[in-house]
Design a protein around this ligand. Structure first.
Ligand code: DCP
Ligand code: MG
Length: 382
């Protein structure tokens, strides 16, 4: 391919080269570090190697939530966002470690430096994952698979950590692919395999589809991409609104979303839909604490501090309200987030109806952190 590009660059005027590139099939890599916080802890403390390690939460499960667990702990069923109490019940021999966010931040910059050797188009999604568009093949490696392999090797050699990569022609498939051979795996899904791959894919695995949409799909008998493909675009839009058009395209392997470097984050949030509606504030506060913990962690991960907390409440009848409160100074700490969220919940206009979903987001970031104008990004809890 670099050969073709060289010829095209020679024979076409500059503006036509970019048109040629935009028509060409893209090469997208999604990289995601394996058990990120836990692997760093195991790397920095050899006594933890090969052992079940849980980062986040208090020892013996005395409080807090699990940020992540080493693969050894995952064998016992421990997962991110689980209460430390439940994690301790599943894996009593686990070693609980307090997170060291500054170190994770540093490793994150180091992996981004490695990515930058291979492409200028990097869209970080969090500290440990990013999309890379390597179509231009900056380093002249020759293939996207080889680039992904070199990146994984550089991370291993230089940082003593493992990463998994997904390689494909769009973001959606690359993202799902990076998860398929975790840990320390590389998965390539080429153009000729995409349609089959999408047909077999269970709807819960669709990147960007939350629990509620997946349940709705299942209730309509849509279990896999092949089922979704049987519906017309109109039928999908009728059932799923704007996302319907996206589903229509994605099951056909079409995802034109570009890798967007410096994409601005306007708000960071998390939300959870409950299996059973919550009836009392006493039941809601512990749920808000879990959500606030995740929001706090995500703010740290993105290196953001905000001035405004927004509480979202969805009632059993799907009526949704949001209430916000802003302060003078910026914050990212758990206590401020939970205090403001609980005070918003106590407002008289948050009436007492069964609650199906609670969410918290923090916005109004310090201008020093992000200045570019971009799209708002709400992160889903699951
Ligand atoms: N994280 C968190 N809370 C969550 C999910 C993740 O604090 N609910 C943090 C800890 C993770 C890091 O973000 O180490 C990256 O998240 P991933 O979902 O990529 O999970 P891991 O990298 O830990 O594991 P893997 O990617 O191997 O599944
Ligand atoms: Mg990861």
């Amino acid at each position: 391919m670099p050969g073709i590009l060289r010829i095209v660059k020679r024979v076409l005027p500059k503006e036509k080269v970019s048109i040629f590139l935009s028509l060409k099939v893209r090469k997208i890599i999604h990289i995601d570090m394996d058990a990120f916080y836990a692997s760093i802890e195991q790397r920095d403390n050899p006594e933890l190697k090969g052992k079940p390690v849980i980062v986040g939460g208090l020892p013996q499960g005395r409080g807090g939530v699990v940020a992540t667990a080493s693969y050894e702990a995952r064998r016992s069923g421990v997962r991110s966002a689980m209460s430390s109490k439940q994690a301790f019940q599943l894996c009593p021999e686990a070693i609980f470690i307090r997170p060291r966010f500054e170190i994770y931040q540093e490793v994150s910059s180091q992996i981004r430096d490695i990515f930058a050797r291979y492409t200028d188009l990097i869209e970080p999604l969090s500290l440990d994952e990013a999309f890379l568009d390597v179509t231009a093949d900056k380093a002249g490696i020759g293939s996207a698979i080889a680039i992904a392999q070199q990146i994984r090797q550089a991370i291993k050699d230089e940082l003593k950590l493992t990463a998994s990569a997904g390689v494909s022609i769009n973001k959606f498939v690359a993202k799902i692919a990076s998860d398929m051979n975790k840990p320390d795996g590389l998965t390539f899904i080429g153009p000729s395999r995409i349609e089959k791959f999408m047909e077999k894919l269970p709807v819960e695995k669709f990147y960007g589809v939350g629990k509620v949409t997946a349940e709705k799909m299942r209730s309509l008998g849509l279990l896999t991409g092949a089922d979704v493909k049987k519906l017309s675009e109109g039928e999908l839009v009728r059932n799923f609104g704007k996302s319907g058009k996206f589903f229509f395209e994605i099951v056909r392997g079409i995802d034109e979303r570009q890798v967007e470097p410096n994409r601005e984050t306007k708000s960071i949030g998390a939300e959870d839909t409950f299996q059973k509606d919550l009836l009392t504030k006493e039941d809601m506060v512990p749920e808000l604490e879990k959500i606030a913990m995740i929001v706090h962690d995500r703010l740290r991960k993105h290196d953001l501090k905000g001035r405004t907390v927004t509480l979202k409440v969805k009632y059993h009848d799907f009526k949704t309200i949001t209430r916000s409160q802003s302060g003078q100074s910026v914050f990212d700490d758990f206590q401020t987030i939970i205090d403001v969220a609980v005070s918003l919940l106590a407002k008289p206009d948050v009436d007492e109806k069964p609650v199906r979903l609670l969410g918290i987001s923090v916005s109004n970031f310090d201008d020093g952190f992000r200045t570019a104008v971009g799209e708002s990004r709400q992160l889903k809890l699951f």
